[in-house]
Design a protein around this ligand. Structure first.
Ligand code: SF4
Length: 392
C-alpha cells in the first residue's frame, strides 16, 4: 500500500462517510443502484430517491419485472433519465443471462447497459472487495490535483493519465474502504471550489496545493455556446381536474417520459389544443417560460394553458395520449420542468369555473405582460406572445 492510500484510509477511518444507506447492507444491487444514481448527481440529492427506489424495487428481479413507467416514475426528478432506462434494461438482461444476479466478473458487468469501467470497478470493489480502480468525477479531481495533471479530464490523454494514477494507488487490502474513501475525499474535502487543503491527508505531497494551482486544476471543460431551441407546451386541463399528457418517443429528449403536447409556435399550439380538446381559444393563457439546460442545448418552453376544456373521444384511442388526475401524476415519470408546470394545479372550485373567459384575456389581441410571461430573456427573442399571462 503506497503513502497515498495509507493516508487516505487513515483519514477515512476518522472522517469518512460510514452511514450511507447503500452501505447497510452493502449488497451488490444496492451499490449498483446508488452508483448509477450518483453519476452526475450529488449524494444529498440521491438519498431520498435511493430509499424510495430500493423500497419499491428491492432486488434485480423486482426491477426487471417492473414496468418502464414505474421505473421512470421512481426516477422522476433525478434527471438524466437514460440512466434509469439502462438500469431497467440491465436488470432484465441479468435475469435472462445471469440468473437474476449482477455478474461478479468485470467483463460481464461492464458489458451491461449503463455500466462503464468506473461504475463496474466501484460495484466490484464496494460489494465484493475485488481490486479495481475507479475514476468518477470526484476521483478525477483529487488525482488531477495530487499529481498536478493539467488539462480537462474529459480529454482522452488526460483521462488515460488519470486512470494510470488510479490503478497505481489502488491497494490490495481494504479495497471497499479505499474506494469509498477516495470518493468521500473528493466530495467533502477536495471540492471543486475552495478545497479544504488544511483538512486533507494528502496536503504535504499534493502538487496543486504546493504550487497554489488548485483553482485551475483540473481545467474546466472548454467553453462552447449551447444552441437554443424553442417550443410551446400545450397545457389542457379539463372540467374533471385532469391534465392531458403524451408519452415521449423512446429516443431523443426525455425518452419514454410523460410530457405536455408540444408545438413549434403559438399558432400551431392553438391548432393542436383544438384538435385535442373542445375549448374556447380565447381563454388561452401564457404561463411563465421554462428554461431548461440540457448537455447539448438550452430549451425555452412557453406553456399555454386552457382550463375547463372537454376531452375529445379521439384521444381515448391513442395509448400515448392520456388524461391524468392529480393523484395519478404523482406516480408517473415526468421531466422536472414539466412537473413544475403541472404543479400549478388550479383549485377544484376555480377549475369548475375556469371555462369562463378570464378577465385579463381581453388583452389577448393586445400587448402581453412579458415581465410575467418570462423567467428569462427568451421572450425578447420570440417577441410578445399576445396572450393573457398568469404568474406562477
Ligand atoms: S491537498 Fe487540497 S488540492 Fe490536494 S488533494 Fe487535498 S484537498 Fe485536494
Amino acid at each position: 500500500m503506497d503513502d497515498f492510500a495509507r493516508h487516505l484510509l487513515h483519514w477515512y477511518d476518522l472522517h469518512g462517510r460510514h452511514d450511507l444507506p447503500w452501505q447497510h447492507p452493502r449488497a451488490p444491487y444496492r451499490v449498483w443502484v446508488s452508483e448509477v444514481m450518483l453519476q452526475q448527481t450529488q449524494v444529498a440529492t440521491v438519498l431520498p430517491y435511493f430509499e424510495r427506489f430500493v423500497d419499491a424495487l428491492p432486488d434485480v428481479r423486482a426491477l426487471a419485472a417492473a414496468s418502464e413507467d414505474r421505473v421512470l416514475a421512481l426516477w422522476s426528478g433525478l434527471g438524466y433519465y437514460r440512466r434509469a432506462r439502462y438500469l431497467h434494461a440491465a436488470a432484465q438482461r441479468c435475469v435472462v443471462r445471469h440468473d437474476g444476479e449482477l455478474p461478479r466478473d468485470f467483463e460481464s458487468l461492464a458489458a451491461l447497459p449503463g455500466i462503464g469501467r468506473s461504475t463496474a470497478g466501484a460495484i466490484l470493489a464496494l460489494a465484493h472487495e475485488q481490486r479495481h480502480a475507479i475514476l468518477d468525477g470526484n476521483v478525477k479531481r483529487v488525482l488531477s490535483r495530487y499529481h498536478g495533471v493539467a488539462g480537462w479530464p474529459g480529454e482522452r490523454t488526460v483521462e488515460n493519465a488519470l486512470w494510470a494514477h488510479a490503478e497505481t494507488h489502488t491497494p490490495e487490502a481494504r479495497i471497499a474502504d479505499y474506494t469509498q474513501a477516495i470518493m468521500d475525499l473528493g466530495a467533502t474535502v477536495c471540492t471543486r471550489a475552495n478545497p479544504r487543503c488544511d483538512a486533507c491527508p494528502q496536503a504535504q505531497v499534493c502538487a496543486a496545493h504546493r504550487a497554489g494551482t488548485t483553482a485551475v486544476i483540473p481545467a474546466a471543460r472548454p467553453a462552447r455556446a449551447l444552441p437554443e431551441k424553442y417550443t410551446f407546451f400545450v397545457v389542457l386541463r379539463d372540467e374533471h381536474d385532469r391534465v392531458l399528457l403524451q408519452r415521449r418517443p423512446p429516443q431523443g429528449v426525455w425518452p419514454g417520459l410523460w410530457s405536455l403536447p408540444e408545438a413549434a409556435d403559438e399558432h400551431a399550439a392553438q391548432e393542436l389544443a383544438s384538435r385535442l380538446a373542445a375549448l374556447d381559444p380565447d381563454t388561452a393563457v401564457a404561463l411563465p417560460v421554462i428554461l431548461h439546460v440540457f448537455t447539448h442545448f438550452k430549451l425555452h418552453a412557453s406553456p399555454i394553458e386552457w382550463r375547463g376544456v372537454r376531452a375529445r373521444s379521439a384521444v381515448a384511442d391513442d395509448p400515448a395520449t392520456r388524461w391524468y388526475s392529480r393523484a395519478e401524476i404523482a406516480d408517473l415519470g415526468i421531466p422536472a420542468p414539466v412537473r413544475k408546470v403541472l404543479m400549478r394545479w388550479p383549485e377544484a372550485s376555480s377549475a369548475k369555473n375556469s371555462s369562463a373567459k378570464p378577465k385579463a384575456s381581453i388583452a389577448r389581441h393586445g400587448r402581453a405582460n412579458s415581465a410575467n410571461a418570462s423567467t428569462n430573456t427568451s421572450d425578447a427573442k420570440r417577441g410578445n406572445s399576445g396572450l393573457t399571462t398568469r404568474p406562477c
